[in-house]
Design a protein around this ligand. Structure first.
Ligand SMILES: Cc1ncc(COP(=O)(O)O)c(C=O)c1O
Length: 421
């Protein structure tokens, strides 16, 4: 609902008039784009009564077409559509050779699925700090590398590209591989390269809350044929029978991570909209940031590549956790979608502190795997830098449907709160 812009400096949280105008009805990204294209694409698949991708030729399979377009847009040689971001991570890790007992470095700030995917392969997540980019801190990664480290997973959280140059340099020095978790950064770039194509492989999610969505879905990208074949094999126990591939590996068992043609049709229709969505998000973020860059008492997130950032949110740090909570509440009262980022009382599964089954080393395996392979210790205070940063951070969410007038009124609200709180 629209509210009126006001010259009043009294904060809405203190009874003043909210100053944000033209609020969007919804803050999701991909789902708001569902229109006739998606309806037509899914309907066409239903009318054809063929939902199985390997019973079609590649020219007519929407899933195969999705893979083709994803490869063209990202520059990745190989793309594998799968049924979730989690299965993309697992298949990619199989592709990269992650095996039981291996250590895999993950950031302290990522969705729990990143670490859970590591555990499904009976490998051990090693949790490293994030820095002021709120993505993996390359210095802490280097400290956490041991002789057992097989892989580093930088996660481009909230569409912010990680410090890939530094991370790749650490990986090269220690001869470990890199899998980019791009679940939240579909279409993002770093120094002109598509996220997912800088490391040895990339994993994407097409789940409901993502930049584009297929309902559920995901994708693995890589430029290495062996990594692709291992991932493809693992995503379908009969892959070697469906596809006549020039095998560089001996086919092995897999799970069922296949994408259905219904999801493929949705994924393809949404992928065609991705560049438009991202260019609007980037425009909005730039418009907001340029109006508030000198906000007193505030330090902005250090975005490693502003041009490649997806523009999903504007994040800044204030002096204390109490002020972050009060700041976010005051912005919400003005009519903005804003939140503080860490709260001990709220179980946000994006922060290691709240990864309860990992912190407590629980496992469904009755023989105790993989915890019986390691003496790793997890404690709530093991990543103090991450907690320090997240507890002082405030995030303002953006969506592509916001108007310029809305953004301008958000800038007014930010200045009002910074001055009046
Ligand atoms: C950073 C990150 N990694 C992995 C995933 C897992 O994706 P999915 O839910 O599609 O399995 C998600 C999102 O859900 C995510 O945000």
């Amino acid at each position: 609902m629209a509210t009126q812009t006001t010259a009043s400096s009294q904060l809405a949280v203190h009874g003043g008039t909210p100053c944000v105008v033209d609020r969007p009805a919804d803050y999701l990204i991909g789902p708001q784009e569902i229109g006739q294209e998606e309806i037509d694409a899914v309907t066409a698949v239903l009318k054809q009564k063929n939902l199985f991708r390997f019973f079609r030729d590649e020219a007519t399979s929407p899933t195969a077409q999705f893979e083709k377009l994803f490869g063209e847009l990202s520059g990745a040689k190989y793309v594998l559509a799968v049924n979730s971001g989690t299965s993309a991570l697992i298949a990619a890790m199989v592709g990269l050779g992650v095996s039981s007992g291996d250590e895999v470095i993950v950031p302290a700030y990522t969705y729990i699925a990143t670490a859970a995917a590591v555990l499904t392969l009976k490998a051990i997540p090693i949790i490293a700090e994030v820095d002021e980019s709120l993505t993996l801190d390359p210095k802490d990664v280097e400290k956490k590398i041991t002789s057992k480290t097989r892989l580093i997973i930088p996660v481009h959280m909230r569409g912010t590209p990680c410090r890939m140059d530094e991370i790749m340099a650490v990986a090269k020095r220690h001869k470990v591989r890199v899998l980019e978790d791009c679940a939240q950064a579909n279409g993002g770039q770093y120094k002109g390269k598509a996220l997912g194509t800088i490391g040895d492989a990339g994993a994407f999610s097409l789940q409901h809350f993502k930049i584009i969505t297929a309902g559920e879905g995901g994708a693995v990208v890589t430029n290495t044929p062996e990594v692709f074949q291992r991932a493809a094999c693992y995503h379908d126990s009969a892959y070697a029978f469906w596809k006549s591939t020039e095998w560089q590996i001996e086919p092995f068992l897999g799970e069922n991570y296949r994408m259905s043609e219904l999801n493929g049709a949705l994924a393809l229709a949404q992928l065609r909209k991705r560049e438009r969505i991202l260019s609007r998000l980037r425009e909005l973020k730039k418009r907001l940031w340029s109006q508030v860059e000198n906000l007193p008492g505030v330090r902005f997130q250090d975005v490693p590549d502003k041009a490649g950032d997806c523009g999903l949110s504007l994040v800044f740090f204030v002096e204390s956790p109490e002020r972050a909570k009060a700041f976010a509440a005051a912005l919400r009262a003005e009519g903005m979608a804003a939140g503080s980022m860490f709260d001990q009382g709220f179980p946000d599964r994006h922060i290691y502190y709240h990864w309860d089954y990992i912190m407590q080393k629980r496992t469904p395996d009755l023989h105790g795997y993989p915890w019986n392979l390691t003496d790793v210790k997890y404690t709530p205070d093991m990543c103090p830098q991450t907690i320090h940063l997240l507890s002082r951070a405030v995030a303002v969410s953006l969506t592509q449907v916001m108007s310029d007038a809305h953004i301008d009124s958000c800038a007014v609200a930010l200045k009002k709160v910074a001055a009046g709180l």
